[in-house]
Design a protein around this ligand. Structure first.
Ligand code: NAP
Length: 259
């Protein structure tokens, strides 16, 4: 299917690895020119070069922490006009409700709520002026079904979800669609870290922890970054202009909900 977005300019945050990289690759395959970001310059440039070679699109890189106001300013300055924004950042650490103080919450809110909001606020006016835009926020399955040990993530990501629910409906009349993608477990470095932790806690190997987790998922496997990226590219496509303010779970059926 031609996604109809060849030549569009996409900013994909936190995209040297994992789900962000999957989104960058799928958008490049659809013909978008990219601005990619991550903190580590080396992995970022390697991923960018692989995309340039594979898809022949232009890729600019900005190595910085997207959760800081300085990082956001650097990315926005390099990006210029942006038709497609994919927001993403690392997730907060797990813990107990009693572990976290104000500073922990501020950090989580900066990463998983206020950074995406700042980027939207900066880039939506240009999209509105041009009468076309797409925003996809990478959030989490935990927005629909909170994970107890991820209280910081639950709090920050549901805040972003509430903001998007209102904002998406204020900008849709201008041809701008904002939606959220909610990953369940996917085969990335984050999954390796989670399985390593689960293995240690249960005194089993990481592979065994993964096998046990897979058994709880109706699809009986982890998602891949490339199928996640394909879903993102579809939401950014010309065909998705009537999809507004939605929260799409990509979790192999793991979250047991009727709607
Ligand atoms: P990942 O494989 O660990 O990749 C994270 C990417 O983001 C890397 O490119 C990393 O590069 C970059 N990054 C992290 N923090 C950044 C920051 N502050 N500024 C700029 N770039 C940053 O993670 P992932 O699995 O793709 O997860 C992406 C998001 O989805 C996370 O928020 C995660 O919590 C959420 N999620 C993931 C899963 C899953 O199963 N994978 C499930 C639910 C939710 P640098 O380290 O070099 O910056």
């Amino acid at each position: 299917m031609d996604l109809g977005i060849k030549g569009k300019r996409a900013l994909v945050c936190a995209s040297s690895k994992g789900l962000g990289l999957g989104c960058a690759q799928a958008l490049a395959e659809a013909g978008c020119d990219l601005v990619m970001n991550a903190r580590g310059a080396e992995a970022l440039e390697q991923s960018a070069e692989a995309i340039r070679k594979a898809y022949g699109v232009s890729v600019e890189t900005v190595a910085c922490d997207i959760t800081t106001t300085e990082g956001q300013a650097a990315v926005l300055e390099a990006a210029g006009h942006v038709d497609i924004l994919v927001t993403n950042a690392g997730g907060p650490p797990p813990g107990m409700w009693s572990d976290w103080d104000r500073d922990d919450f501020i950090k989580a809110l900066d990463a998983n709520m206020l950074a995406p909001i700042a980027l939207m606020k900066a880039l939506l006016p240009g999209m509105i002026d041009r009468g076309w835009g797409r925003v996809v926020n990478i959030t989490s399955q935990s927005v629909r079904a909170p994970i107890a040990v991820l209280g910081l993530s639950n709090a920050a990501r549901t805040g972003l979800t509430g903001y998007v629910a209102g904002t998406a409906r204020q900008v849709a009349q201008h041809g701008v669609c904002i939606n959220n993608l909610l990953p369940g477990i996917h085969d990335t470095d984050r999954a390796i870290a989670l399985d390593t932790g689960a293995g240690k806690a249960q005194d089993i190997t990481r592979d065994e922890a993964r096998t046990r987790r897979e058994a709880t998922i109706p699809a009986r496997r982890y998602g891949t970054a490339s199928e996640f990226g394909a879903a993102c590219a579809f939401l950014c496509s010309q065909h998705a202009g009537f999809i507004v303010g939605q929260n799409l779970l990509l979790d192999g059926g793991a979250t047991n909900l009727t709607v």
